[in-house]
Design a protein around this ligand. Sequence first.
Ligand code: ZN
Length: 201
Amino acid sequence: MSDPMERLAAIFERLPGIGPRQAQRFVHFFLRSSGAIRRELIQAMQQLGSGVHQCPECFRYHAGEAATCSICKNPRRDEHLLAIVAGDQDLAALESSGTYRGRYFILGGTISLASESTDGLRIKELLASLPGRTEAGLQEIILAFPANPEGDATAERLREICKEAVGTNCKISSLGRGLSTGSELEYADPDTIKSALDSRR
Ligand SMILES: [Zn+2]
């Protein structure tokens, strides 16, 4: 593919939720915009590769100087609570609700209903972290997955897996439902997340 416009459009089309027409619109936006904006995009992309890394404890992407992220190394976060979420956006949604003060673990996705496979999910890493977290005082694991069939299947599987690992010493809860809309955690508003947290069981 030698046409630079086609090449860039093909990259944009690979982004989540972007179709061919939107990809074309982005290309034309950059054609019309100044060289400074294009350079800014190139620079930001390069820094994304060099300046962002994954926290070894919760696995979220962050740009902090230390390996461990600001949430995991914050001594004021509640060690008694661990929220397991599917992705970085869900963690961001819980954070923006301002009500959750515990720790996080990012699983890296949900179980696909087609294959029921847990491939690509950080189950091994989660299990490896639980003894240390229990020792540090973990009392409750909150399964904070989206309110859709994949999220429910993931919560169900994780409940079994965690139960086996932590026994009866630690409570395992799921976010409360009764929320007809906002099934995707990342798009839920802070009040919805707060009530889902308050009604967890
Ligand atoms: Zn972290």
